[in-house]
Ligand binder design. Structure first.
Ligand code: 5GP
Length: 348
């Protein structure tokens, strides 16, 4: 047994220190980014926020809303859409389909479905998200290598999740364009309580961004943002992309039934998700997610405006004219335990 005694930080432990600046208004701030992905060579231009590949968030309807929004936000589609629905979506809605990451896990059926989709629509998938709960497992790294040599050869690959620099380096060198960072911070995740495993998200972002950027790779901070200020902190810490689940839950785009004015939002490894998609929780594993009821929040457009407005304003406070400059201009001050409790879902 070993103990690492240095303190690791979460979003709630810090605030961003304001700095003198010449910016007069948040209108002067550009929160879009331009990237050329390390392996695929593809270009990205847009606000680097991604809707999480959860079935209450990573939906066709969300992709439609993001396409309409016009800021270049993207959606990691959840992996449970059937093949015919995916084909129909790509055929009928090319503008929305251009906003998405196609998601898979490690299950054989996921790769089979991707293969069938590519056989039906060659070249249709340009961005792939390989998502596993534990990015430290050898089969995950093997899957990355297999995909890069085969199915995903020409695609931009986002994969994770991990929380430490050495794993970011390994994945970046193995062919991952964007390493997804976060174990345990999610709003409906119970990994920390069920297993005791995790890493405070702000420190994970700082350490993983440093490792990725040293190799010209990128990271996506995934999980734990509960308010727009957390999104600003994630970018301030060095995240290239930020993935949002709970903050985008409860909207008209959820594709979930509304019960008594509320929508149930659940973790993708919660009992509810496994009942719905897998016919129950396998005997050898425990649920590591929960379900919460969230009040209906209407169209996601208003929430996006809040998030993007908050981010622009954060840039103004530190004098970053472009989002790209935010992390260079950020000084965090430690404030002890300040709780952001804006995510108001109650368990159920
Ligand atoms: P949020 O933005 O809601 O804080 O976090 C979203 C992230 O939580 C997702 O992108 C995913 O990485 C993670 N997540 C989603 N469902 C589950 C779950 O059931 N268990 C765990 N451990 N993490 C989850």
């Amino acid at each position: 047994m070993r103990i690492e005694a240095d303190t690791k930080l979460d979003f709630k432990d810090v605030l961003i220190r304001p700095k003198r600046s010449t910016l007069a208004s948040r209108r002067d701030v550009d929160i879009a980014r331009n990237f050329t992905f390390r392996h695929s060579g593809a270009a990205f231009a847009g606000v680097p926020l991604i809707a999480a590949n959860m079935d209450g968030v990573g939906t066709f309807a969300m992709a439609r809303a993001f396409a309409e929004d016009g800021n270049g936000l993207t959606v990691a589609l959840h992996k449970h859409y059937p093949l015919d629905a995916l084909i129909a979506f790509w055929d009928a809605e090319p503008a929305a389909a251009a906003q998405v990451w196609y998601s898979i896990g490690l299950a054989e059926e996921d790769e089979d479905k991707l293969q069938a989709f590519l056989a039906a629509r060659p070249g249709a998938v340009t961005r792939l998200c390989l998502d596993v709960a534990n990015g430290y497992a050898e089969p995950f790294v093997e899957a990355v290598r297999r995909l890069k040599e085969g199915l995903a050869r020409d695609m931009t690959l986002m994969a994770g999740n991990v929380v430490t620099g050495e794993m970011v380096e390994e994945l970046t060198l193995a062919g991952v364009d964007v390493v997804k960072v976060g174990i345990g911070p999610g709003s409906v995740c119970t990994t920390r309580t069920m297993t005791g495993v995790g890493y405070p998200q702000l420190s994970a972002i700082i350490e993983c961004a440093d490792a990725a950027h040293g190799l010209k790779g990128l990271i996506c901070a995934d999980g734990g943002c509960a308010v727009p200020g957390d999104v600003a902190k994630a970018f301030g810490a060095g995240a290239d992309f930020v993935m949002l689940g709970g903050m985008l839950a409860g909207h008209d785009q959820a594709e979930e039934p509304v019960v008594d004015g509320e929508i149930v939002f659940h973790g993708m490894s919660s009992t509810r998700a496994m009942d719905r998609h897998k016919g129950g929780v396998a005997e050898y594993r425990a649920s590591e997610g929960k379900a919460v009821r969230v009040p209906r929040r209407g169209d996601v457009a208003a929430t996006l405006q809040d998030i993007l407005g908050g981010l622009r304003s954060a840039c103004t406070y530190v004098g970053a004219q472009r989002l790209k400059e935010l992390s260079k201009r950020t000084t965090f001050i430690c404030v002890g335990q300040q709780v952001n409790d804006a995510f108001t879902g109650r368990e159920g």
